[in-house]
Design a protein around this ligand. Structure first.
Ligand code: SF4
Ligand code: SF4
Length: 64
């Protein structure tokens, strides 16, 4: 079973560019005046983590 992750943001680094939300295939991230992760929608693909230009995203594994 592939691991399930929870994406975490470093708010000191994130400048709310919306890049991560733009690449997420399932719209599991919303960026407006704050950064928001919607865990139920996330398919743990990690695309957002690689896409952030300032390395503001990380993850932790969660039990299914
Ligand atoms: S890991 Fe994939 S599905 Fe989950 S928030 Fe990031 S881009 Fe979206
Ligand atoms: S791509 Fe990085 S800097 Fe841009 S909104 Fe997402 S977490 Fe923040």
């Amino acid at each position: 079973m592939p691991k399930k992750i929870r994406v975490l943001v470093n708010e000191d680094k994130c400048y709310l560019c919306g890049g991560c939300a733009g690449v997420c295939p399932t719209l599991a991230i919303e960026v407006s005046s704050s950064w928001r992760f919607i865990e139920e929608k996330c398919i743990s693909c990690m695309i957002c983590i690689k896409a952030c230009p300032v390395g503001a995203l990380s993850y932790e594994e969660v039990s299914q």
